[in-house]
Write a protein of this length. Structure first.
Length: 178
């Protein structure tokens, strides 16, 4: 059995939530960690990569900025549930103690899927709204974005979302220092 006190989160392998498609296909425990290093969620899976293709907490986690997924490979699958419970009890992640919010998103069949990115704005509401944001760009810019996404093993909407999040974070920092 694993002693939770001995786990060094900073030593575990991790990927950005945006790059979850590159997670390994291994059994283990995963930790969702925010940009302050606080564990938001702990889970277990016999195939971490497959689990994150459609995670039930994905929409909530996408609302946080700079979230990463760290993992601890556990080869003995019979221990996963016991280890997960012990780690949740030790770390007490916020989202493990909350119900999953359901968000309905209308998927439109038309338009360019490369450049439609979902953003969520809560504006004080219990349930965030979803809005499809589209951008028209020069064909050369589109080609560059596709190449950059391919190099980073993510999608063009992921790149756009990350750029907007970084821009908004820098604006908040600028406003806070004023």
């Amino acid at each position: 059995m694993i002693n939770p006190e001995t786990i060094e989160l900073s030593c575990l392998p991790y990927l950005s939530l945006l790059h979850r498609k590159n997670l390994p296909a291994v059994s283990g425990i995963y930790f969702v960690i925010n940009n302050q290093g606080v564990i938001q969620y702990i889970g277990q899976s016999i195939n971490i990569k497959q689990r994150w293709q459609r995670h039930h907490r994905l929409s909530q986690l996408e609302e946080l900025s700079n979230v990463k997924i760290a993992w601890l490979e556990i080869s003995d699958r019979s221990l996963l549930e016991e280890i997960e419970k012990a780690l949740i009890h030790w770390f007490k992640p916020l989202l493990n103690r909350r119900r999953v919010r359901k968000i309905k998103i209308n998927h439109r069949k038309r338009g360019n899927p490369d450049f439609g990115t979902k953003y969520r704005f809560d504006n004080g509401r219990e349930e965030p709204l979803s809005e499809q944001v589209k951008a028209q760009v020069h064909p050369e810019v589109k080609r560059q974005l596709k190449n950059l996404a391919e190099q980073n093993k993510c999608t063009v909407p992921d790149l756009i979302r990350e750029a907007i999040e970084q821009y908004l974070a820098s604006k908040e920092t600028t406003q806070a220092s004023s």
